[in-house]
Design a protein around this ligand. Structure first.
Ligand code: UDP
Ligand code: MG
Length: 353
């Protein structure tokens, strides 16, 4: 296929081809990096990543997702992308969050293996080789475990430890570090996973439910060198709420009637028993029901039961809409660099489209 390279004096096609990483050829590795105000880290990150990846010898692409940075992050990435076509840049219109950034990257990966890594240099690109070796042992997902995590104890490590335990118990997928960004996935695992909220950390759990092999590998972790963390303790609460969603979605998303209907039936049954007892009491002994709080409870349970069952039915309708309509993205892309998927306008015109 003919390569289409824009008329840009900075584009050195000869050197691109000599890298053996032709613009159109799909690489083996796709590295996805979420970036939000990381201008100080970007040059070092780029050097360390490319050095490590060149050493490993696989063909690769780096997909940098600029999540609406307000600093020079995007212009730094643009300058790098101009001279290195293996670096693809996606720029969001505003800050959407780390999960949408990962989602945008995942949607565009062309590699067979996807590596996610943070941009702040807390993860070490030198671990990528070990993650790949682990993957080769027959796993589909290898999740980094920051064995000696370099973050503050009270505000980060402790809440995260509690969250990891809880997530492990609730999901039944036991990992010691759900929050580590450094992970390796076989690309087809990611194709079936839609991300919302803070869900990216649950991918190993969701993947494991889908029947893929998940494992954990200790990785290096460095203190943040530049800038500040984008998160505080509030994330723990958001993560816990997402855990509830994940659990519900995975267990009942396709059959809401079975959970709401069960509550509804139980509640109605109890209501019927209580109210039948009261009615019999009135007719047999002639007792007045005016001062029986039990009547209130029985009636409440009956109404609740009807409501639960209706909710289950509505849920069934919603689920059908959810699964059958076209799924919409959770972000808005501002621009994209080196997106080799797109058919150039000239060719589109030629084809009469
Ligand atoms: N990040 C992002 N969007 C956000 C917040 C963070 O893309 O809204 C990126 C950030 O640039 C970094 C990674 O996600 O590369 C992890 O963020 P951070 O280091 O602040 O989290 P921590 O390591 O403290 O959990
Ligand atoms: Mg960090």
């Amino acid at each position: 296929m003919e390569q289409t390279v824009p008329h840009n004096p900075m584009y050195n096609t000869a050197s691109l081809q000599s890298m053996g990483n032709g613009v159109d050829a799909a690489p083996y590795l796709s590295i996805v990096v979420p970036i939000y105000n990381e201008e100080e880290s970007i040059p070092t990150l780029y050097t360390r990543l490319t050095t490590e990846l060149d050493q490993l010898g696989y063909s690769y692409e780096i997909i940098a997702v600029d999540d609406g940075s307000k600093d020079r992050s995007f212009s730094l990435l643009r300058d790098l992308a101009l001279v290195d076509s293996r670096l693809r840049v996606i720029r969001f219109r505003r800050n959407f969050g780390q999960t949408p950034a990962f989602a945008a990257g995942f949607e565009r990966v062309r590699g067979e293996v996807v590596i996610t890594i943070d941009a702040d240099l807390q993860n070490d690109p030198a671990d990528i080789g070990r993650l790949l070796n682990k993957l080769d042992e027959g796993y589909d997902v290898v999740s980094g475990w920051r064995e000696r995590r370099q973050d503050p104890f009270w505000s980060r490590r402790l809440p995260s430890q509690i969250a990891n335990r809880l997530i492990s118990i609730v999901t039944g997928v036991h990992l010691r570090d759900y929050g580590c960004s450094l992970k390796a996935y076989r690309a087809d695992v990611l194709r079936n996973i839609q991300l919302y909220g803070e869900l990216h950390r649950f991918i190993p759990a969701i993947a494991s439910w889908q029947g893929v092999a998940v494992t954990e590998l200790p990785v290096q972790h460095a203190p943040r060198q530049f800038g500040t963390s984008k998160y505080g303790i509030s994330r723990t609460i958001r993560v816990l709420l997402d855990l509830l969603t994940v659990r519900f979605l995975l267990s009942y998303a396709t059959r809401p009637m079975q959970i709401f209907g069960l509550f509804g039936l139980l509640s109605m049954l109890l209501g019927v028993v209580i109210n039948t007892y009261l009615v019999l009491l009135k007719f047999i002994t002639g007792a007045s029901l005016a001062d029986r709080p039990l009547l209130l409870l029985g009636t409440l349970l009956l109404i609740l039961g009807v409501q639960f069952i209706s909710m289950g039915l509505i849920g069934e309708l919603v689920v059908r809409t959810y699964y059958e309509t076209q799924q919409k993205p959770i972000y808005v892309v501002r621009e994209e660099l080196n997106n080799h998927h797109r058919v150039p306008i000239e060719r589109e015109r030629e084809a009469g489209r």
